[in-house]
Design a protein around this ligand. Sequence first.
Ligand code: BG6
Length: 483
Amino acid sequence: MPTDDAYNILIIGAAGDLALNKLYPALYYLHRDGNCPEEMSIYGISRRTLRKNTFLNTIKSNIAADKFFDDNAWQSFARRLIYTSLDATDPPTMKKFSRELKKTRRSLIIYLAMPPNLFTATCQSLKSADIVNEHTRIVVEKPLGDSQHSFIETNNLLSDIFHEQQIYRIDHYLGKEAVQNLLVLRFANLLYEPLWNHNYIDHVQITVAETVGVDGRAQFYDATGALRDMVQNHLLQLLCLIAMDPPATLSSNAVSDEKLKILRSLKTIDHTNARDYTVRAQYTGGAVDGKSVVGYMEEKNMPAQSTTETFVALRAEIDSWRWSGVPFYLRTGKRLPKRSSEIVIQYKQVPHIIFPHSAASPNTLIIRLQPNEGIQLKVMNKVPGLDQDIELSPMTLDLFFSKIFAQNRHIDAYELLLLNVIRGDTTLFMRADEVEAAWEWVDKIRAGWHKIKHPIGQYTAGTWGPTDAVALLAKRDRSWYEQ
Ligand code: BG6
């Protein structure tokens, strides 16, 4: 019988981009740094026929360029890897394979890294192959459905085979160092919490800007769009971490309970207010990072007449005592001028200004998630001098993590997430009800767009989106923070 503390990993979809570019490199670093149990084997299966050497070389080429590459560690890591070409959706094949796995007498961490269209068949095949026991852990990647309805269907399928504590729903943003630091910033400092509410905060901005385009994923992306690809998961998770009440503990359920309260308090955006609260647009040809790029419609394999948004900006509101009247402006887009994810907390102006000769601007807290993780606090300061008319100047307190922590290398989100799966800790993963609530909110926006035939705007690649996104804030005398 498999035991509850000895695990092998099984990656289904082992020859896909996610596995080759993210999962195997993350596991290599965990192995190199002594974070993998000694005996753990890493099985990879996919339908692609690959010679073992080709498979290993592909993984190695993704790691070897790193200046921290260690060939000895690679050799011992490679000994853990087993690749088998087989169809995971075929129950008899999986049954046969499961006999192989059972010989190791270890439980499994199963990582579903294959395209969503194979999800149902793979789950059914896992079930009938008798590969799962009460210790098995299953890791699933977004997209988790494409609507509330399909999420529930997918989730029912998983719940039929696994208990909730066995399911690890990944949002890789939750594994980013700076995202975890949000919890520390908010709940290990007394300084912020008393001011963290509608009395002192004017509004919050959450921006996830990308310079990449659809990156060869035209088919997936065009059927998805920025709202479902980014807002439903990454941006809403960030919003939850910023807006939630302090959880009683760091346990997975305590954190999920608080996040869920936020998701359920989001004011509905539907056909009645979508025009005022949302902006959607698609990029046209332009230049990013000094290189000219084609427009969305000219991307390879793009269907003609697509109206899918590659940019979305919206004003979210949380109906709660803490956040009443505080807008959370979210925006994300492809082909923007720079890759940058940041959260901006814009405080209100001081209630009474006693310095008549100089303007005072309100405080701003900027949390940079990537790149150059750090925290900046804009405060007002006196300009040194003997002048009787005190002159004020905004100054920045700057915490630049890579300068402060002499970190050797950037730890990818997948390393931490996989390590937590190995440890059996679900805190950084999403509970089913969170995902469902996020879908419910997003579905209403989509239905609203559909009903009012909300037009798709355009923006030139390499700019910060359409002018409507500027207007979204400007109509309430605000502007996006850009430095
Ligand atoms: C993924 C989206 O979830 O996140 C991609 O599907 C997006 O479209 C990516 O590019 C962004 O992740 P990161 O970590 O590069 O910000």
